[in-house]
Design a protein around this ligand. Structure first.
Ligand SMILES: [Zn+2]
Length: 74
């Protein structure tokens, strides 16, 4: 979650600067607006995870995320 210029990992509570270039830390931001037919009808949810928690999360996936290498660095 966001707190000022910081991101706090919703899972472990780790806090780091939103500007990943300064902290060397990045977070994954997930945002979902649940639709009419879901059990969360019309509710918007969002959370952030640090890289460690993201790793643990995806390790529970049956199929790992697809990787695509970025060839252009901005
Ligand atoms: Zn975490």
């Amino acid at each position: 979650m966001r707190q000022g210029k910081n991101i706090i990992c919703n899972r472990c509570g780790k806090r780091f600067a939103a500007d990943g270039s300064k902290s060397g830390q990045e977070a994954i931001h997930v945002e979902k607006e649940w639709g009419y037919f879901s059990s969360r009808d019309g509710i918007r949810q969002m959370f952030d995870l640090c890289e460690n928690c993201y790793d643990e999360w995806i390790s529970s996936f049956r199929f790992l995320p697809e990787n695509q290498e970025e060839t252009e660095f901005l």
